[in-house]
Structures are given as structure tokens and as C-alpha cells.
Design a protein around this ligand. Structure first.
Ligand SMILES: Nc1nc2c(ncn2[C@@H]2O[C@H](COP(=O)(O)OP(=O)(O)OP(=O)(O)O)[C@@H](O)[C@H]2O)c(=O)[nH]1
Ligand SMILES: [Mg+2]
Length: 439
């Protein structure tokens, strides 16, 4: 079933594999074969199976789309039976297909077959699920671009360049230094450096990818009563967190998904940071500190009149947000600070802009500085390629051609993994289990 269950205009049952045309023929009672490829027709759908009476009553009618191998999503023969939505008719069409010899698809199996049949590469397969799961326009734009191969082309070029370098150096091993053409070593070094900079650039975008997929962690912290929960509500535009003038109102962390400046964000409100009084509050403070440590962006909320140094654990990179600005008369306000009021809404848009700007910076920053939290398949492969290229460069400088050849081979293997030219079953299982059935 390729469409979501429940009430809806259409429901699509998709059949792929060598028996697809035969199964569709049984269900529709029309002869479906390769000659119908790329066409569609209108038909009744019939029940199939030994217990079905001879004068059978159709279960639905709809459109039949025929795709012949290899020009289909999976690369196999594919038929789509597009009937009416709802809970009964689609289920019956599905059952008819099963009775005619089909089996239920596993999660992501259509896309997995497409990958195995070379219809898309692993990066595109990942883009498919990212597009389905996208929570913001920006995330969807990114996934759609990757789906069209925007990310694969440069990767493919890097892979080809690595293979080329590796074979050039391997070839050179058969010759002595003075038999090699003039400038050979320089040209290899230059190309290694060029490839290394491509890898570097690609790495720098890995963080942005993670943020788009998982959402950036934005944590509100500060002293009790600073106005954190009120700001959380103002950013969300709803009364999500409890607000009161009692210090220590928020004890547990409160998380809510939001979109800020096009970025998907996990906004978290935390307990005020102080020497906590009770066991519960102490745990709340501990959680707050842990979240601050993991955050992509920390918002340090400071209320008017609070001149004390920042509580421990708040990083210097935190955005200092001054709250309750409606309570300070304008002449006394410092103009360079980010002044906000949850009460009047003043400064909330400026705060959103500041968060979005920070996320843009993080995305642009090199992955090297961003720590170990980006553990995507792609990043691991890129890091391996980078290490290998750096060693290859060193070996070339030292005239160690055998070592250079080995390192260049590892670099091309790593880039091959990145493209999915080299992959393991575990990797495929992990990737495609993220999919829904029918994709
Ligand atoms: N005038 C004014 N009062 C505010 C504003 N924001 C918060 N307050 C008040 O400040 C008090 C504390 O607000 P909270 O949002 O609960 O503060 P908090 O930082 O979450 O406090 P804890 O959860 O106890 O750490 C409440 O009485 C709010 O009504 C504001 O922008 N203007
Ligand atoms: Mg609170």
C-alpha cells in the first residue's frame, strides 16, 4: 500500500517484480503486458482466490498504471492499482493481489530494490526518506535537491578523481623516479590537494544535513524566574510551559518542535540554574546542565537587574537574551542588547533572527570544530577519505610512492562507501528500516 491508511481520495497498491503484470491481469481481468508500458487504463478490480464466487462482484474500480522493467521506480516490472481511499476497498485490492501471488513489501523495499537495481544511489535513497520525513520547507528543499542527484554528482566526481589518482600512482610504482614524466609528482600532489579540499567542503555541510534531518537543539537556560518559560511560549506562539512568579516553577525539561527562520528546531525549556533546594529540583538542574552541554544553540535568559556572572555551565557562545524589557523604561535600556518581552512580544522576531543566524553559522562551520555528534554514514566515510588523503599527501612529499598508493586506494574505497558503491547488508537494513511500507 503506497498511500497512507485511512480516509482519502485515492489509495495506491503498488506491485513490483517479475510477476507484477500477471498479478495485475488477474485482479483487473485485463491482459497487462510489456506492450502497455508507460500507459494507464481504467478497470474494475476483482477479488481473487479459491473462495471467490464465479460471478464475482468487483471490489473497486480505478486506474492501472503500467511500468515495464527497467523504466520503473524499482527497475522491475511495476503496476500501480489506483483505487478509492478508505478503509475497506484498498484493503480488498491488496488482498486480491496477495491472493494472486504477491507478498507484502518490507519497509522501504521498493526503494531498496531501486537501489540494488542501480536506479538510484544510496545518497538518493536517503534523500527519499528525508523528503518524506521533512518537517520544514528548507529540509524538503535540501532532500529534493539530493533526490535529483545534486549531492551525488559531486560525490561521483570525487570518487572518479580518487580512482584516477590511485591508478596513476599505482602505475608509477612500476617506474623509477627518473623514468617518470617531468612534473609527474607535482601534478599528483596538486590533484590530491584538490580532492582533499573537495572532501573538506563536503564535510562542512554534514552538520547542516544533521540539523535539517533531526532539528537543531535550542536550549533556554538561566536563573530561576528569569522568564525562560515565558520566552518558550512566546517563541512557540502558545502557552506550552507553565509560567509563574514562583522561582523554580519549571523542574523537568519541556521540549517542543518548532520552525525558526526555516530551520527545524527542538526548543527546550529547562529548570532555572541555582543551588537547588529539593531532590526533584536538583535533578531538574542536572538535566538542564546536560542539555546545555549538548545544545546547538544556548539561549541564556537574563532578567533586568541581574548583573551577576552567568551561572556555571553556560558556555561563552550562548546568546544572551534580556527578558521582560517592558518593565524597564526606554531611556535606561542598553541598545546593543537583545531585549525581549514575552508580555508585549517585543524583540521576539529579533530573537528568532539571532537563532536562525547562529544556525546558519553552525551549518557553514567546518565539521572539524563541531564535535563527534555528527555520526552519519556519510561523515564517517568522508573523515576516512580525508585521513587517507592527508597521509597520501605526506607520503608523496617524502617520495614514499607505495604508501601513497595504498592511502589513495583507501581514499577511493571510502568515497565508494559514501556513494554506496561499497556497502554492507547491515547498512542497507539500517537505512531502509527508516522507510514506511510501500515506499
Ligand atoms: N512583565 C513581564 N513579566 C514577565 C515576562 N516574562 C516573564 N515574566 C514574569 O516573570 C515570572 C517568571 O516567568 P517564567 O517564565 O515562569 O520564568 P522561568 O525562568 O521559566 O522560571 P523558573 O521556571 O521558575 O525557573 C512570571 O511571573 C512571569 O509572568 C515579560 O516579558 N514581562
Ligand atoms: Mg520556567
Amino acid at each position: 500500500m503506497a498511500t497512507a491508511p485511512g480516509r482519502g481520495g485515492v489509495a495506491v497498491v503498488r506491485v513490483s517484480g517479475p510477476a507484477a503484470f500477471r498479478i495485475a491481469s488477474e485482479v483487473t481481468g485485463c491482459k497487462v503486458d510489456t506492450s502497455m508500458a508507460g500507459r494507464f487504463f481504467h478497470s474494475a478490480f476483482h477479488p481473487v482466490g479459491p473462495r471467490v464466487p464465479v460471478r464475482q462482484q468487483p471490489i473497486d474500480d480505478g486506474l492501472v498504471l503500467v511500468f515495464a522493467s527497467p523504466r520503473s521506480y524499482t527497475g522491475e516490472d511495476v503496476v500501480e492499482l489506483q483505487g478509492h481511499g478508505g478503509s475497506i476497498a484498498p484493503r480488498r485490492v491488496l488482498e486480491a493481489c496477495l491472493a494472486a501471488g504477491a507478498r507484502l513489501a518490507r519497509r522501504g523495499e521498493f526503494t531498496q530494490r531501486a537501489f540494488l537495481n542501480g536506479r538510484l544511489d544510496l545518497g538518493m535513497a536517503e534523500a527519499v526518506i528525508d523528503l518524506v520525513d521533512a518537517r520544514t520547507e528548507r529540509g524538503a528543499d535540501d532532500a529534493a535537491a539530493r533526490l535529483m542527484g545534486a549531492a551525488s554528482r559531486p560525490l561521483e566526481e570525487m570518487y572518479v578523481a580518487a580512482i584516477d589518482l590511485s591508478s596513476r600512482v599505482e602505475h608509477a610504482l612500476d617506474f623509477s623516479e627518473d623514468e617518470l614524466p617531468e612534473g609527474f609528482s607535482e601534478s599528483v600532489s596538486r590533484d590530491v590537494a584538490r580532492l582533499a579540499s573537495l572532501v573538506e567542503r563536503k564535510l562542512s555541510t554534514a552538520r547542516e544535513g544533521r540539523i535539517l534531518r533531526e532539528g537543531a537543539l535550542v536550549v533556554l537556560c538561566g536563573r530561576p524566574n528569569a522568564g525562560k518559560s515565558s520566552l518558550m511560549n512566546a517563541l512557540l506562539g502558545e502557552g506550552r510551559a507553565i509560567v509563574s512568579d514562583e522561582a523554580g516553577t519549571t523542574r523537568d525539561t519541556i521540549e517542543e518542535g518548532a520552525e525558526i527562520g526555516g530551520w527545524p528546531v527542538r526548543l527546550v525549556d529547562t529548570a532555572g540554574l541555582r543551588e537547588a533546594e529539593g531532590e526533584v529540583e536538583r535533578e531538574g538542574v542536572r538535566r538542564a546542565e546536560a542539555l546545555v552541554a549538548q545544545a546547538d544553540v544556548v539561549l541564556h535568559v537574563i532578567e533586568p537587574g541581574d548583573e551577576a556572572p552567568a551561572p556555571l555551565g553556560i558556555p561563552p557562545s550562548a546568546i544572551r537574551v534580556f527578558s521582560k524589557c517592558d518593565t524597564t523604561p526606554p531611556p535606561n535600556r542598553p541598545t546593543t542588547q537583545l531585549l525581549t518581552s514575552a508580555k508585549t512580544g517585543e524583540g521576539i522576531d529579533a530573537l528568532k533572527d539571532a537563532i536562525a543566524a547562529r544556525l546558519g553559522q553552525i551549518a557553514a562551520k567546518s565539521a572539524e570544530e563541531t564535535g563527534a555528534d555528527v555520526t552519519t554514514r556519510q561523515k564517517e566515510a568522508l573523515l576516512a577519505a580525508r585521513t587517507a588523503l592527508a597521509s597520501a599527501n605526506g607520503a608523496l612529499d617524502a617520495g614514499e610512492w607505495t604508501i601513497a598508493a595504498n592511502e589513495l586506494r583507501s581514499a577511493s574505497e571510502a568515497l565508494g562507501r559514501l556513494l554506496g558503491k561499497v556497502y554492507s547488508d547491515d547498512l542497507l537494513d539500517a537505512l531502509f528500516s527508516r522507510f514506511c511500507v510501500g515506499k
